[in-house]
Design a protein around this ligand. Structure first.
Ligand code: NI
Length: 226
């Protein structure tokens, strides 16, 4: 399931992030690439311990925790501290699948990457190219969102970023270990959750809402891993 989540950050937060990122020290993006993706990655990244990455990363994680759509779609157990990248001057990232396990640098913490997320931080009018192309069973999805919006997709997906031919594309990217490992299970829970919320809105106090909410929690109980 691919989900676009609007307005993770407010316009003020986006402006703050853009300002901090312009002034930050960028390094070659291959520092965090796995063996296979080193050969196809041409971008820049902020070091994981850079103060700007830490500060903005905490801002993003707080915003995610308060976003009901993100929580419902991801059912997050752990969120990797957000990283930041920049593509310009023809920079791109060829086809790859993200590494399955990620170590949080400087800690013993590891997480399984169930979901990959990209939070766009540049206005799409300010650059050409830089589309995130994600393959799934139904074909290729091209994603290029307004600044402050996020796309969430299964980390099992083959994906790439097309060359940026004008301007610079800055975004944050990170991974989520979900309470629910299987994308198919998460999708069912998300659909059920969405339908229950709509039912509660359209027909308040309908007796079926209690029963359906029970089904939701009993499925989550079957599938959740803590
Ligand atoms: Ni990737």
């Amino acid at each position: 399931m691919l989900v676009e989540i609007p307005d993770i950050l407010t316009a003020d937060e986006v402006a703050h992030a853009q300002q901090a990122l312009v002034a930050a020290d960028w390094v070659d993006g291959r520092v965090t690439a796995g063996h296979q993706s080193t050969r196809v990655k041409q971008n820049q990244q902020l070091p994981e311990d850079s103060p700007a990455a830490r500060e903005l990363g905490e801002l993003i994680v707080r915003a995610l925790q308060q976003n009901p759509l993100f929580v419902a779609a991801a059912l997050p157990l752990r969120v990797f501290p957000p990283l930041f990248n920049r593509y310009e001057g023809g920079g791109s990232f060829g086809n790859h699948v993200d590494n399955a396990i990620r170590q949080v640098s400087g800690t013993p913490l590891r997480l399984r990457t169930d979901l990959s997320a990209t939070l766009f931080l540049t206005d799409p009018a300010d650059y050409d190219g830089g589309d995130l192309l994600i393959d799934d069973t139904y074909g290729v999805h091209s994603v290029k969102l307004p600044a402050g919006h996020l796309v969430l997709y299964p980390s099992t997906s083959l994906h790439r970023v097309t060359p940026v031919t004008r301007g610079a594309r800055v975004s944050s990217f990170f991974w989520i270990q979900s309470l629910v490992r299987q994308d198919a299970h998460r999708t069912l829970l998300f659909d059920l959750d969405t339908a229950i919320q709509r039912l509660n809105q359209d027909v308040p106090d309908h007796p079926c809402a209690v029963q359906l909410t029970g089904v939701y929690h009993n499925l989550l109980r079957q599938w959740a891993e803590l």
